[in-house]
Design a protein around this ligand. Sequence first.
Ligand code: FAD
Length: 406
Amino acid sequence: MSDENIVVVVGAGHAAGAFAEAIRKEGYGGELLLVGQEAYAPYQRPPLSKAYLAGDMEAHRLSLRPDSFYEKKNIHLKLSTQVSSIDPAAKSITTASGETLSYNKLVIATGTRVRKLPVPGATLSGVHYIRTIEDVISVLANWQEAKNIVIIGAGFIGLEVAAVARKADKKVTVLEGQDRVMPRVVAPVISQYYEDYHRNEGVKIICGASVTGITGELRAEAVTCADGSIHAADMVIVGIGVIVNIELAEAAGLVVANGIIVDEFCRSSDRDIYAIGECANHPDLRYGRLRLESVQNAQDQAKVAAASIAGEPKGYDVVPWFWSEQYDLKLQMVGISTGYDDVVLRGDIADNKFSLLYYKQEKLIAIDSINNAADHMAGRRLIAEGISPDKLAVKGACVKLKEFLS
Ligand code: FAD
C-alpha cells in the first residue's frame, strides 16, 4: 500500500489503538486517523472492573499509550466524534456533525455496548453499567457513600465488581438469572468454586433470580425480584452482557451475523473495509466462527489487519485466551470450552491452585486455570499444536503440563 493512502479507523478503543501501533510498525507512513466517540485516547478496559474501580490505579495509567506516542507516530485522533454512516461506494464516512472523511482502507473497530436492563426503574439514578471510563467515574462519585450494592448478573464483570466492593467492606448482593455463576463460560465445578469463594468473602449470591424492577424515590433504593424478594440497594451495578455495534456496517451493506463477518485476514465483505475486535466475527481454525470479547483478540486481530493492509498478509491463527481477577484468584482461560463432553481436574481445589481441562471427543479444547500460570501457558501451546494429553496422565498436579508438549 502506498503512503499517499488514507487509513481511517472507526472507533478509538483497544483494537483501534493496537491497530494504529501495528500498522506503523508495518512501515505504513501514510495518513492514519482514528475516529472515536469517547473523549479518551485508546485505553484498556480490564482495570475498569478491577484496579481502577478499587482505587489502586490512576486514570492516566489506563491509556494504552501516552498522547506523545500518537504525536510522534503521526496518528491523528479525532475524539468525541461519532461516525454515523459509511459509504463504501464513495469510500467515505460521515460523522454525526455532518463532516465527510475519505478513506482508502477503512477499519471498523466499534466494539460492543452494554445490554440495558429492561425493567421499570432501570433508568433511576444510582443504576450503573461498567463499560467506559465515564461509567466508572460515575460509580466512583457515589462509591464512598454506597453501603448496599446490588449487582445484577454474575458474569466476569459482575463478580469482579463484587470482589472489589467486598474489599471496600460493602454489603454485596449478586443476583444471577441462571442457576450458577459465570454460566456461559465455565463448567459447573468452576462456578461452584467461585460461588463458594464469594460467599466465604461475605457476598450474598442468589442464582435463578428474575429481576422485575428497581424502585426508589429519586434514586435506586431496592431491586425487586419475581419471587417477591426485595434487595435494598443504594447502588445497583448491572452486568448482563453486551450488544455488538454492527449497525454502521449493516447499513453500509456489509455482511453481518453476530458481528461483522470477516475472513482470516480481518477483511469484511467489502475488500477495502476491515473489522477487528469485539465487533468482528472471524473464522477460527479450531473452533469455527467466533466473535470474541477479549484483549487478546483485539490485539491479535489488530496485528492481522495491519499486516493485511500494509505488510505481508498472514491469516489469524491464535488460540483464544482470557483472564479474570477476583480477590487473590487469577483465572486464566485458554481455548473455547463450548460443546465439551468431559472435564479433568488437575490439582486440589482446596489449594486455590488448580486447572480444569475440557475435552471434546477426547480432544483437548480448553483449559481454565486458577492461580496456575504454568498450566495456562502450557495449555496455550498444547491447544495450538493440537496435542491432547491422556486424561488419566494429566490428573493431579505433580506432572507438568508442558511435559506433554512434543
Ligand atoms: P472497545 O475497546 O469497546 O472500543 C470500541 C470503541 O468504539 C469504543 O470506544 C466505542 O465508543 C467506539 N465506537 C462505537 N461506535 C462508534 C461510532 N459509531 N463512532 C465512533 N466510535 C464508535 N478482556 C480480557 O481479556 N480480560 C479482562 O479481564 C477483561 N476485563 C474487562 C472488564 C471490563 C469492565 C470490560 C468492559 C471489558 C473487559 N475485557 C476484558 C474485554 C476487553 O476490554 C475488550 O474485549 C476490548 O476492549 C475490545 O476492544 P474493542 O476495540 O473491540 O472495543
